[in-house]
Design a protein around this ligand. Structure first.
Ligand code: AMP
Length: 447
């Protein structure tokens, strides 16, 4: 939080401030303090920030302020603000935020996404809307059917632009941008800013300010991370071990595939662990039920694929387990960002089979940290620095040489630089875990 700044000093309309006070938001987060003044001036903006930083309010509050200040009436199926976001879950959450922050304002909002019947959405659009939160596919469908027009859009937000591109939505996004009227205010938020995002930004934005409050490499700093080197065949048993050792509720486990997520969740349930899987093949209802159970605590372990978990905002996730190492290093940052939200500390553990070492190396390069090894679990396999790294993106050097001196044996890690999540073995804790605990930066020292 930015303690010296208040929402009142940002000059947001009084009904918005009242709503924020009811939510017990005392001070703006850094992204909010950085972004809101520019948006209130009407500037276009690039925000480099992840979910968890408070970025939704950073754009939602100025949008509400701007729309409420004007006497224009909401049109039928003609939104004045459009927020385009990659997943249904994120769309629902953004819409909930608009509802909460705008509760004392006479503005209508509506959310549309695929996977559910379109008729209620069409009726909501027809009733007149100011703010529309949408995923690209359903938005384009409804536009093509003539159910919706973008010709009154005053503010456009492209949210989670990097994920949008990862999910193959680039052509859809470009089609939506082509339908936007000018002049308008446009904002783009993304956790990372690779070249294709810059290209879209160039198309979309006019003389934008750039606010970069949460560089990808620093968001991981509050999260205690570890990697367990393990044979593929032992990953299931290692997961059980970690879940048994870990004290906390709400563990998020990531699987690379939908099938893998189902299998893992089933296996855990058979062992008496309250687990559910959430992925794109599940119906919207099943996903919402699983998420709701996870929020309320009746589901302890949620096994998710990247896409399903994107943007999930659940407070109190105590541990993130990367059962599979993601092949996109940015996904790792998104995944572990599900813990340590709103200033809390969090833990993340990654299971790395020999074939995944290239992916691990790519992640460590991206976050500019070496992830400390936990060699103290029962299924640990030696980390052999001489082993060629066979996977990972980027080609070139396939050996784990991203960090000098990384080639230490697991035993060395235990003696000198092993660190782990709460889920580490009780034997490790008995032997005085803290002495071996190193923060990620400490872990890369002295080698
Ligand atoms: P977001 O990055 O938008 O997903 O927000 C992350 C979480 O922080 C959400 O649960 C928000 O409700 C919460 N949040 C956003 N802004 C503030 C604030 N100024 N003070 C306290 N909590 C906040």
């Amino acid at each position: 939080m930015t303690e010296t700044i208040t929402f009142a000093s940002l000059n947001l309309a009084e009904p918005i401030q009242r709503a924020l006070a009811a939510k017990n938001y005392l001070h703006p987060t850094p992204i909010q303090a950085g972004v809101i003044p520019h948006l209130l001036e009407g500037r276009d903006l690039i925000g480099c920030a992840q979910t968890g930083t408070g970025k939704t309010a950073a754009f939602a509050l100025p949008i509400l302020h701007r729309l409420a200040a004007s006497s224009r009436r909401s049109g039928r199926a003609r939104p004045r603000a459009l927020i385009l976001t990659p997943t249904r879950e994120l769309a629902s959450q953004i819409s909930d935020n608009f509802a909460a922050y705008g509760r004392h304002l006479d503005l209508r909002h509506c959310v549309i996404f695929g996977g559910v019947g379109q008729n209620p959405q069409v009726r909501a659009l027809q009733a007149g809307i100011d703010i529309l939160v949408a995923t690209p596919g359903r938005l384009l469908d409804l536009m093509q059917q003539g159910q919706l027009s973008l010709d009154s859009v005053e503010v456009f937000v492209l949210d989670e632009a990097d994920r949008m591109l990862d999910m193959g939505f680039a052509p859809d996004v470009k089609r939506v941008i082509a339908k936007l009227p000018s002049p308008r205010q446009s904002l783009l938020f993304s956790a990372t800013m690779p070249a294709p995002i810059r290209e879209i930004a160039g198309r979309l934005l006019t003389n934008p300010v750039e606010i970069n409050v949460a560089p990808v490499s620093s968001t991981a700093d509050r999260i205690e991370q570890t990697v367990c080197h393990v044979a593929k065949a032992d990953k299931g048993r290692l997961l059980l071990h970690v879940l048994t050792e870990h004290q906390g509720d709400r563990v998020l486990v990531f699987s690379r595939t939908k099938h893998g997520a189902n299998k893992l969740a089933k296996g855990l349930v058979l062992k008496g662990i309250r687990a559910e899987a959430i992925h794109g093949n599940k119906s919207q209802g099943a996903r919402e039920r699983a998420l709701d159970g996870f929020r309320r605590g009746s589901v302890r372990v949620l096994v998710a694929t990247d896409i399903a978990a994107r943007g999930i905002d659940v407070k109190g996730v105590s541990l993130v387990v990367n059962h599979d190492i993601p092949n996109e290093p940015e996904s790792y940052v998104h995944r572990i960002g599900r813990t340590a939200r709103a200033g809390a500390d969090g833990h993340a553990v990654a299971f790395c089979e020999p074939d995944e070492r290239g992916y691990l190396r790519d992640i460590e390069k991206l976050i500019r940290q070496q992830i400390p090894m936990d060699a103290d679990h029962p299924f640990a396999i030696p980390f052999d620095p001489a082993l060629p790294v066979t996977s990972g993106r980027g080609g070139g050097d396939r050996r784990p040489g991203g960090f000098r001196g990384r080639a230490q044996s697991p035993a060395a890690a235990v003696d000198g630089r092993g660190s782990s999540a709460r889920g580490r073995s009780s034997s490790a804790r008995r032997r005085g875990g803290n002495a071996r605990r190193r923060g990620p930066s400490g872990a890369s020292r002295g080698r």
